[in-house]
Design a protein around this ligand. Structure first.
Ligand code: NDP
Length: 262
């Protein structure tokens, strides 16, 4: 990578770091951090988190914690972050970098007229909308010292700005989550906020959509994309992500897509 994206002592937190895009982001950003930086990886699968942590540079302090973000309350999230700090004070860090990446696609088999179960709606929004919002507030309160430069990245999607038939939970969840971070950016002009849309990336999530999506036209589009290998690799999208961060041509809170010109 040409140049430093985040310099000084950084506290980097990545949600959904056990696989897919989050795992690659953790790897690539960590390899660019200065000595004394710390990384905290969150997801449910502890084995896979351990695999990710083993790939990170040995000069960093790397911690991981298995947590179901759809049910973890603010107090539990706060404890996880404070525990990872050990005895360190938040103000010992020069920068905070948060990657809100964890997410699920939910049920993609139904048209909107069949989305009539409040419990399914709530469960979906607990993980995909409420959890990043709550975790973000917890982190901003812990790292509230003005001297700490704060960077907050939400992994969003084209689905948050373009409707796709039978992807109602995911499309609305991504739209709401992105708008939350836009409001957050407006309220905090000193914080660097980015909504990064990674393009279609060959991960478990893409396979789930392609296999299960109810609408036949959408299914064909996704299946063709996977068959023709036009979906991106995690390497490709994370390389672009770092270029976007380095070039920093976006306005805080913007939605920037993989396919956008730098
Ligand atoms: P994956 O399904 O491969 O990864 C999802 C990650 O989220 C995993 O690490 C998973 O970890 C974690 N996660 C899921 N549920 C929970 C939970 N309840 N608690 C804690 N962690 C959880 O998907 P991708 O890598 O493709 O997706 C990553 C992000 O990128 C998502 O926000 C997705 O919407 C977005 N995106 C993906 C696109 C694609 O084409 N792949 C396109 C556009 C956006 P674990 O199972 O261990 O808990």
């Amino acid at each position: 990578m040409a140049g430093k994206i985040f310099s000084g002592k950084v506290f980097l937190l990545v949600t959904g770091a056990s696989q897919g895009i989050g795992q690659k982001i953790a790897e690539v950003l960590s390899s660019n951090l200065d000595n004394g930086s710390q990384v905290l990886l969150l997801a449910r699968n502890a084995e896979k988190l351990k695999e990710t942590s083993n790939k990170l540079p040995k000069n960093l302090s790397v911690k991981y914690e298995s947590v179901d973000l759809s049910v973890a309350k603010a107090d539990q999230l706060k404890d996880i972050v404070l525990k990872s700090l050990g005895g360190k004070k938040p103000e010992e860090f020069d920068q905070l970098v948060v990657i809100h990446n964890a997410g699920s696609v939910g049920d993609v088999s139904q048209p909107t007229t069949q989305m009539i179960d409040f419990d399914i709606w709530r469960k979906y929004y607990d993980l995909n909308v409420f959890s990043p919002a709550v975790l973000n507030g917890v982190l901003m309160n812990i790292f509230n010292n003005k001297k700490i430069k704060k960077n907050v990245i939400n992994i969003t999607s084209l689905c948050g700005i373009t409707p796709f038939k039978s992807i109602g939970y995911y499309c609305t969840g991504k739209a709401a989550r992105e708008m939350f971070f836009k409001v957050f950016a407006e309220e905090n002009p000193d914080i660097n906020v980015l909504n990064y849309s990674p393009g279609p990336v060959e991960t478990d999530m893409l396979a789930t959509i392609s296999n299960n999506v109810g609408d036949q036209d959408v299914k064909t589009t996704f299946q063709e994309m996977r068959k023709n290998k036009t979906a991106l690799t995690t390497d490709q999208t994370v390389r672009k992500f770092t270029e976007v961060l380095l070039a920093k041509k976006y306005k805080s809170g913007d939605h920037v897509d993989y396919y956008d010109e730098l």
